[in-house]
Design a protein around this ligand. Structure first.
Ligand code: UDH
Ligand code: MN
Length: 337
């Protein structure tokens, strides 16, 4: 009986010893692995801190954006342009609005545009044309990677139309908003047939619309400067802007051409294939008949240009409307004296 009791005691003693030993072992190893995990974690945190010190933060990225390439990579060349199907404003808005900011503004997001271009459209009562212009031009301009804004300068009232004076008003109004360095003037009914015809400024004032369909895709005459043209701010100021005194149709574009040549500049142009345009077919507008006085004025440009231009411009702003697709500025430019 006593022997049995002793064996049981021994067994219990051994059992409890082994249990304590196991417990100590488990404790030892679990502490070690805990320490290891803790060490590993600490190492990881340190490494991630180091790498986040080296990798630029989002704001640092935007500070170090490179300049946009001179040859934008997404250009496609010749374009299909078609005006006469049931395109609605709703459709145009949906297609074209993404990436635009209010007022018809755009900036490339992955690079810094080299030029800030104000696009000025002389306008009255051509909403149908404007719809097509916006539909085609916004995607082209986005691909061309410029920082731009679209300004539709609407002549108030029913007086005689004055294209060049509206363009002068557009120059002044655009500059009130943003530090534009390039001004591109476009008729509302002209759409380029090639997106390599760059809507920006060049070493000389640029005439872009050289091959219109209505002139069989050729210049109607060598010194033609109508339709679409661009000038750096300093080029525009060098010629005292555009004339304010060409009321009705005709002559103002030739006057601008003369101003450029008289101030010692030349006209820059794309080649005839790149410079192709389609003009939306239209009748002559009311209150914009050819003015027989205009051609004669061209003999005087060399001296009238000093006093008739941006330095003599007078107009009043009636309203400014900010659409997502454009800034619409209605101006009272008066009537012929
Ligand atoms: N413009 C308007 N509203 C007008 C007049 C002119 O918005 O009432 C603007 C518009 O941007 C237009 C530009 O001024 O594109 C030049 O005017 P235009 O298109 O009348 O000039 P274009 O030389 O036409 O194209 C001349 C008359 C064509 C008559 C053809 C008849 N078959
Ligand atoms: Mn026209």
């Amino acid at each position: 009986m006593a022997g049995n009791f002793k064996r049981l005691f021994n067994f219990l003693a051994l059992f409890s010893f082994v249990s304590v030993a196991c417990f100590v072992l488990v404790l030892f190893y679990s502490r070690r692995s805990f320490e290891q995990v803790a060490k590993l974690l600490a190492k990881k945190i340190e490494a991630s801190n180091k790498s986040s010190e080296m990798a630029p933060t989002p704001s640092a990225v935007s500070l170090t954006l490179g300049p946009c390439p001179d040859n934008p990579p997404d250009l496609v060349g010749p374009l299909l342009v078609e005006f006469d199907f049931g395109r609605t404003w709703e459709h145009v808005r949906k297609e074209v609005s993404p990436l635009l900011q209010k007022g018809g503004r755009f900036k490339p997001k992955d690079c810094v545009a080299k030029q800030k271009v104000a696009i000025i459209i002389p306008f009255r009562n051509r909403h149908e044309h404007l719809k097509h212009w916006l539909y085609y031009l916004h995607p082209i301009l986005k691909r061309q990677l410029v920082d731009y804004g679209v300004y539709v300068i609407n002549q108030d009232g029913e007086g005689v139309f004055n294209r060049a004076k509206l363009m002068n008003a557009g120059y002044v109004e655009a500059l009130k908003e943003y530090d534009y360095d390039c001004f591109l003037f476009s008729d509302v009914d002209l759409v380029p047939l090639n997106d390599r015809n760059l809507y920006r400024c060049f070493d000389n004032p640029r005439h872009l619309a050289i091959g219109m369909d209505k002139f069989n895709f050729d210049l109607p005459y060598k010194t033609f400067f109508g339709g679409v043209a661009s000038l750096y701010k300093h080029q525009y100021l060098k010629i005292n802007g555009f004339p304010n005194t060409y009321w009705g149709w005709g002559g103002e574009d030739d006057d601008i051409y003369k101003r450029i040549v008289l101030r010692g500049m030349q006209v820059s142009r794309p080649d005839l294939l790149t410079g192709r345009y389609r003009m939306i077919k239209h009748q002559r507008d009311v209150h914009n008949d050819p003015n027989p006085k205009n051609p004669d004025k061209l003999f005087q440009t060399h001296w009238t240009m000093n006093a008739d231009g941006i330095n003599s411009l007078k107009y009043t702003v009636k309203s400014i409307e900010k659409d997502i697709l454009y800034t619409f500025i209605t101006v009272d430019i008066g009537s012929p004296e």
